[in-house]
Design a protein around this ligand. Sequence first.
Ligand code: ADP
Ligand code: MG
Length: 703
Amino acid sequence: MNLEVLNGMLRPKSIAVIGASNKEGKIGYTVLKNLFADGYSGEVYPINPKDKEVQGLKAYSSVLDVPGEIDAAVVIVPAKFIPQVAEECGKKGVKGLIIIASGFSEVGRKDLEQAVVDTAHQYDMRVLGPNIVGILSNSDNCNASFAPCLPLPGKAALVSQSGALLIAMDTSTYTRRVGFDKMISIGNMSDVNFGDLVEWLDADENTACMSFYIEGLKDGRHFMRAAREAHKPIVALKSGVSAHGAAAAASHTGSLAGSGKIYEAALEQAGVIRAADLNNLFDRTLALSLQPPMQGDNMLILTNGGGVGVLATDAAERAGLPLRFAPEDVQTELKKHMPEFGSARNPVDLTGMAGVEWYHDTVRYSFAHPWVDGLAVLYCETAMTIPQEIAESIKQAIDESGVTGKPITVSFVGGEQSEAAMQWLLEQGIPAYDAPDTAVNALAALREFAQGRDTMAKPFVPFNDVDEEAARAVIAEARADGCRNLTEIESKAVFKAYGLPVAQTRLATSEEEAVRLAEQIGYPLVMKIVSPDILHKSDAGGVKVGIKNAAEVRETYHTILKSVRAYKPAADLHGVAIQEMAPWGTEVILGSVNDPTFGPAMMFGLGGIFVEILKDVTFRVAPVSPEQGLKMLSDIKAGAILAGARGEAPRDRAALADILSRYSQMIVALEDEVAESDANPVLVYEEGQGAIVVDARIILKKK
Ligand code: ADP
Ligand code: MG
């Protein structure tokens, strides 16, 4: 991506306001006024075909009449004029169109929107919006928007898909004391999308943390790639459980995928830190923009109140970072700075008797201790202490410790004095919150940032013992027969080409052949109908397990054909599969869909009631490494069963993780062909005994 062009658009040295107005109350009036009011120092050119002057500045009837260069054009004229505006801007050499105007895809005029983007791209211009509030940047004193003011200065950058929310967040930065350098309204995302902005903001010297409000991504894969490669934390509030994928889904996996689970997975896989709500987005943004990542799980909590300590402990647990007791040496040292009835375990309770010195000494010691990965310092206002003095002692202790690269968050619960002390702490770069659970949750965000980085460091490495050609040959043959549903035999051949262990299966087209194949494979065995028209074989009476001899083979051959014919007379029957019978094992299910936003995605769960009734499944965007595969196994609630619950031997999770990873590689490699697939069930054995796919299914894309 060309960052220079985006630089021109988002940090412009000159701006044309197309639709600048003299009429108070019009957006074209406010945008121009905001540029002056907030001290923008670049060139500003009002464009207005009727007025000679706008707000005291010489106005031009077209950008083509402007003598100087124009980096960005803020466009406020009615939608129908904008294709023309884009053409003129392109000719003028404008770098980016910031289209505030609405009336495009949001009202069904996708065509108009696309026309503007196409024109822009002909001239190497980028388009932000349409249907946006504009852009705000403290480091450029640039308020090219109709938001009332620049946000409280800081190091975060907000990108919001909702304009109204951006305006609301903008003004609330002052009361919430969370500083932003930039706010970018992204609107319809006709061109510039979240992925572009991740790349641009990651390179921007004034941004330390990206804070996103997301309703839906357009190019999910691009976003994931950009987010993975970013060095800075991204915290996102994702709204709306999407119905993505549900509409087109014929399969089980498809219907389970419709619940936003793929979004959840994708964001996590991309190392994006999640915010639970708007408050949480602000709180986490504050910590992420001021403090370094937390490199281990050991959070130490220091407090002068038992109650806030308990609240903080609960919050740590909820945030997935349960507290551990501090080691012996830490406890012994801390004991020296508290009364007999204090506690040095974790949370460390200095008690209400704690004054400036105890705070100072314990903070200094703990922050420097190698066991401590992150520190949350909590304080309840007491009659014996002065909040400002406590704040200063904390800051002093941190400085004296000489430790950098370790995070701290603080919470002061109290009145005006505490408020003032927290304000002071913020100015020192220490995130301070008015509730203990918030301070802990913010510290947990810094832990999530580090964990995300660790995961990114272990990417998927493709297996090279795969035979894509063989897989494609099977698919081509089915397509030649006009089939989109591969039979179990065909599906297994594709699976096998990717190194997935499948139960040996052969096709018999006569009773005699069935017996011959049965003798070769050996008893006991399984017989199944083979037909592209029968997706659920058991429902059609098309599966028989535990066949013990030739006589049973002969009999079953006919009963299967007979019941399937009765079930679906028009079905095209290829014959009967003779299959090795796998020993009993734990049944698990793998499935895949093509998500409209993220492409090939996979599902994993335990078979039977776990998936059917409890919907206990987990999703990932493919591909996944075997390590991530292992993580999937413990993500589901029934994961404990695989780990060996209630005296059962643990299942072969390593083999299963390998299967998940290979399967994910398969669905990515064959993305152009495969719409959906599943392995249902896979039987998993005790550790070291592996797993085997006994039923497989692939549905091809329409072509
Ligand atoms: P369906 O099309 O109905 O899903 P399956 O091939 O999955 O048909 O067979 C139904 C059930 O029979 C499976 O869930 C599994 O429990 C059992 N089964 C199928 N094939 C085998 C096999 N090769 N070895 C052992 N059990 C099998
Ligand atoms: Mg099945």
